[in-house]
Design a protein around this ligand. Structure first.
Ligand SMILES: *Cc1c(COP(=O)(O)O)cnc(C)c1O
Length: 369
């Protein structure tokens, strides 16, 4: 887009919701169908195998009309027995909040907590698992508040030494931009929302759930109503949902998954890594450091440490006139960091164009004292 042309909308380079292509937005304007109709069952049956491909699973994928947080509650409620504990790995705002979700659902919670910006190391996990038995370990793969991607693949063999300890993964801000091999790794719950790297509007959450997780749910008496896995299971086998789903967004999901699979999952993941690398290069070339510990930078959320002490709101205001927006730091990191989401259907060239506008702006505007 040229600088003189007035943008028709502001493209979101924030970690959700993100830019959704017009064609996908338009899918939501289709005429309604009843959710107990054969048309809906056909829609669900089209979406389900495509979701399974993106999750790399032959297991079921539940479709929840909620945001991703709903499936946090689902995972905690269905997998943790009353007299047992869950271990939460905490290194940012989202992992902290999931631990709170377990607590407010009456679960007994232990945490391994490290400073924001750091990843939780496999050795720390190994040590804790030697000390205590857990019904599940809760992992936020991609901490959106800090831009840290935790080493899930390295945790798995450690947790697998304890066959009774299930693995639940929040993949919300990375799913669709990074390979998560549900069956290959042997995960028990992986949950995500539509409005992040899947590049759909907000309003649905998807959760892959293992047979082992379902067996566990049978041992938990009070699983609640809305997110009860055993109830969701009764309906998923009939290509349906227990309660009225967001049908419009299901139409959009159907089309978007075709688009994602046509791009090719491996290509899509490689493009995400390239976009993230462009942000890392930009930071280095413009006198900034990345906030995350080296080697653990996210492929979808670039968190840049504001080492040059720029006036972030002024930069973002400038970007808005260009037709894009990025994000300030999360919570306590506001002012200290800023975040550029490189997820969804945007191209490497579009990310590079955005970064160029940022560099040109920063050259004109001197740093603050
Ligand atoms: C956005 C986000 C959530 C919350 O998802 P909602 O869909 O807003 O409920 C949870 N975890 C992570 C890592 C996120 O980035």
């Amino acid at each position: 887009m040229s600088e003189t042309q007035k943008p028709d909308h502001v493209r979101l380079f924030i970690p959700g919701p993100i830019e959704v292509r017009k064609e996908i937005l338009d899918e939501q304007a289709k005429w309604m169908i009843g959710h107990r109709s054969s048309d809906f069952e056909a829609l669900f049956a089209r979406v389900q195998p495509k979701l399974r491909q993106v999750f790399y699973t032959n297991s079921r994928v539940y479709v929840s009309t909620s945001s991703g947080s709903g499936l946090w509650e689902a995972a905690s409620r269905n997998l943790i027995r009353d007299d047992r504990k869950v271990l939460h790995l905490v290194n940012g705002a989202f992992s902290e909040r999931w631990a709170d979700v377990s607590r407010v659902n009456g679960k007994k919670v232990d945490v391994i907590e490290v400073e924001w910006g750091k990843a939780i190391k496999p050795e720390q996990l190994a040590e804790q698992l030697k000390k205590e038995h857990y019904d599940a370990v809760a992992i936020v793969l991609n901490e959106t508040s800090t831009g840290v991607k935790n080493p899930l693949e390295e945790y798995v063999p450690i947790i697998k030494q304890y066959p009774d300890t299930l693995i639940m993964v929040d993949a919300v801000s990375i799913f669709g931009g990074y390979k998560i091999d549900f069956d290959g790794l042997g995960l028990d719950v992986v949950l995500t929302s539509t409005q992040k790297a899947l590049a759909l509007p907000p309003g649905l959450a998807f959760g892959a759930v293992s047979d082992k997780a379902l067996e566990r749910a049978k041992q938990v008496p009070y699983r609640g109503f809305y997110f009860d896995f055993l109830e969701l299971e009764k309906f998923v086998v009939k290509n349906n949902t227990p309660t009225t789903p967001n049908i419009s967004l299901m139409f959009a999901t159907d089309k978007q998954l075709d688009y994602i699979l046509a791009e090719g999952l491996e290509n899509r993941f490689a493009r995400h890594e390239q976009m993230a690398q462009a942000v890392r290069n930009w930071a280095a070339q413009n006198g900034f450091e990345m906030f995350p510990e080296k080697g653990y930078e996210s492929p979808t959320v670039g968190v840049v440490a504001n080492t040059r002490n720029i006036d972030f709101p002024a930069l973002n205001k400038h970007l808005k006139s260009y037709g894009a927006t990025i994000n300030d730091g999360y919570g306590n990191l506001k002012g200290k960091t800023f975040r550029i989401a490189t997820m969804g259907d945007v191209s490497v060239a579009e990310v590079e164009a955005l970064l160029k506008v940022m560099s040109e702006y920063l050259e004109r505007v001197p740093a603050q004292a």
